[in-house]
Design a protein around this ligand. Structure first.
Ligand code: UGA
Length: 333
């Protein structure tokens, strides 16, 4: 199998591509290094992949480059690229969301329908639901995005549906719910909270902290992608992929304080526009069609991310757990 992973230098793309190396004949990764966060961080994400002979990196921007030849020699496209960030999608920045999330997906779908693609996996988002009609939310709920970001993720998902219906393109959209774990994007809550705690700075909590998320560990998201790449499902399928770890942000902070064995300094500010009150998924369709269910519970997943951030910051080592707590000692050089 020849795989093409877009957004390969990002949090999810790099993990998905790494998981595909073993079963793949080749993995081609594409990224354009947007300036949403640093190029250095993304280059670190690529390090492990670049050591593999099966992996080829292509620096290209899906909005402008012609990747039709590349797609024509691909069996499975895993489209993880996009402009993320719920809270920053207002105002002038919206154009970037439309371009990176809608226009880029449209171009990739066009190349894919002309090629003999076996599967097109699209990284969608829980943000398509907005404040959902009901919880746990199934795919049958009417998506009503609450942020401009969510609107663009839903638009691209509908594009996948249209290409599936008109051209029989075998698309599958996976709606990820607040993904965390090693290499988590630096703008996301857990990354920011852990980093502030390590550096002894205040944590900024938006709103009451009673907003809740169905936190999902990246390993579970990767497994859903690998299964979606080959399981025989109907073109146009849409599936929730959520961790089953439904917690308020306040509870999350309590867990982090416990894992890091230190009190956290929390500074409260206004709730952010576009931020929904609750996400909680019904994942029975993913269980039925992909035989997928989340395996990483929040306590182990958070410990895993804290260890990674400690190691990345030069504080402590991966595996430096002491009696259920993390050692904050400086790692040897
Ligand atoms: C996340 C991702 O950023 C989106 O790309 C993804 O599509 C989305 O999940 C999704 O599942 O649809 P979000 O749930 O907002 O969006 O994830 P976090 O950035 O981890 O925020 C979680 C909660 O913590 C939010 O209520 C946010 O307001 C809060 N938060 C975040 C803070 O209180 N302080 C911070 O510094 C950051």
């Amino acid at each position: 199998m020849r795989y093409l992973v877009t957004g390969v230098a990002g949090f999810l793309g790099s993990h998905v591509a790494e998981a595909l190396l073993a079963p793949a004949t080749t993995v081609v990764g594409v990224d354009c290094f947007t300036d949403y966060y640093s190029r250095a961080t993304k280059e670190r994400n690529l390090r492990r992949l670049l050591r593999s002979e099966k992996f080829t990196f292509v620096e290209a921007d899906l909005r402008y480059a012609d990747l039709s030849d590349l797609v024509a020699t691909t069996d499975v496209v895993l489209h993880q690229a996009g402009q993320p960030g719920v809270r920053t999608s207002w105002g002038e920045d919206f154009a970037a969301y439309v371009d990176h999330n809608v226009v880029a997906t449209h171009r990739l779908l066009e190349w894919s329908r002309r090629a003999d693609i076996r599967r097109f996996v699209y990284a969608s988002s829980s943000s398509v639901y907005g404040n959902a009609e009901s919880y746990p939310t199934s795919e049958a709920n009417l998506p009503r995005p609450f942020s401009p970001y969510g609107v663009t993720k839903l638009a691209a998902e509908h594009l996948c549906g249209a290409y599936a219906e008109n051209w029989d393109l075998p698309t599958v959209a996976l709606r990820y719910f607040t993904v965390y774990g090693p290499r988590q994007r630096p703008d996301m809550a857990i990354h920011r909270f852990v980093r502030a705690a390590i550096e002894g700075r205040d944590i900024h909590l938006y709103g009451t902290g009673e907003q809740a998320r169905d936190f999902t560990h990246v390993d579970d998201v990767v497994r859903a992608n690998v299964l979606a790449a080959w399981k025989p499902v109907r073109p146009g399928t849409v599936l929730n992929v959520a961790g089953g770890s439904h917690e308020s942000v306040n509870m999350l902070l309590d867990k982090l304080a416990d894992i890091m064995d230190r009190p956290l300094a929390i500074k409260r500010s206004e709730a952010c526009a576009g931020d929904v009150g609750n996400t909680r998924a019904d994942c029975s369709e993913a269980a039925r069609l992909l035989d997928w269910r989340p395996l990483v519970d929040l306590a182990s997943g958070l410990t895993n991310q804290v260890e990674w951030q400690l190691a990345a910051s030069g504080m402590g080592r991966a595996g430096s757990l002491g009696r259920g707590r993390l050692s904050m000692s400086r790692a040897p050089a």
